[in-house]
Design a protein around this ligand. Structure first.
Ligand code: ARG
Length: 280
């Protein structure tokens, strides 16, 4: 009887001690915490946080050849597509792509996808709400007209004309910012392919868009031409990430540097800006 009591008492004491250890941290735990804290301080962004483990979710609006589009078999492809896959390989993640409308694409950053790689121009307004990788492409706006149309020789001739742009783009911004252009003259489309169709049909006088996309359209569509191949804005593309995700920016930049150094970047330039003829 006494024995049992003693055992019970000992058991209780043990339970209590174990409870305290578990709740407040045993002798070894404060060391672990210290290590974690030090880790955070040392590398600033600590571990890369992904929405889904091992998968890098990327979004783009796949109507922007040659950066992102669908081929004749409806398979996603393009310069951004290939580049992101290469970056993912280096970073050690499988890349999954989401094709979403450009207007509102940034709303899903950090909630529906980890990055947006969609020919996105880095600008001050966007930098207020998101972060960017280093620039990976240089592309400003140009003017596209129906072949033979001589009503526009440069951006000074844009006021008074019907002008097509994709919604939510820097092309729309630049036209909106030109005071002499009436809001009613800016025709906003869900994507550039639609804007080009309307241009060919006479619904607009010109389309304002990023130079590589304009050149790709002119390659595949002999009814349109660029007024000039010299852009009238200066823009650089970056990969957008959720504000504050500095670890992601760091990893993307390291991978970008590697893709450039290895020559893979140049191979992609040739593939998409020289060899690619555009889809009919
Ligand atoms: N560079 C322009 C911008 O950032 C146009 C990008 C449009 N991208 C696309 N995939 N449709 O606003």
């Amino acid at each position: 009887m006494l024995k049992t009591k003693n055992c019970l008492a000992l058991g209780l004491v043990l339970l209590l001690v174990l409870g305290i250890l578990a709740g407040c941290g045993g002798p070894s735990e404060p060391v672990d915490l210290d290590e974690e804290e030090n880790g955070v301080e040392e590398n600033g962004g600590e571990e890369l946080v992904l929405l889904e483990e091992g998968v890098l979710k990327a979004a783009f609006n796949a109507d922007f050849p040659p950066f992102e589009m669908r081929d004749e078999n409806d398979v996603l492809c393009g310069f951004d597509y290939d580049l992101m896959n290469e970056l993912g390989k280096i970073m050690g993640y499988e890349v999954h792509f989401d094709d979403v409308p450009f207007d509102g694409i940034f709303a899903g950053l950090g909630t529906a996808y980890d990055v947006v790689i969609s020919g996105v121009t880095i600008n001050d307004e966007r930098l207020l709400t998101m972060d960017f990788s280093d620039p990976y492409f240089d592309a400003g706006q140009v003017i596209v007209v129906r072949k033979g149309y001589d009503g526009i020789a440069g951006e000074e001739d844009l006021p008074g004309k019907k002008l097509g742009v994709q919604i939510g783009t820097t092309g729309q911004d630049v036209l909106t910012d030109m005071e002499e252009i009436a809001d009613d003259d800016i025709l906003v489309y869900d994507n550039y392919p639609l804007a080009f169709i309307d241009l060919v049909n006479g619904g607009s006088d010109a389309v304002v868009c990023d130079v590589p996309v304009a050149k790709t359209e002119a390659k595949r569509n002999d009814k349109v031409e660029l007024v000039s191949e010299e852009p009238f804005t200066v823009e650089f593309y970056g990969i957008a990430v959720a504000k504050g995700n500095s670890k992601m920016v760091e990893e993307l930049n390291a991978a970008l540097a590697q893709v450039k150094e290895s020559g893979v970047y140049d191979e992609l330039l040739v593939k998409w800006f020289v060899e690619y003829e555009g889809e009919e």
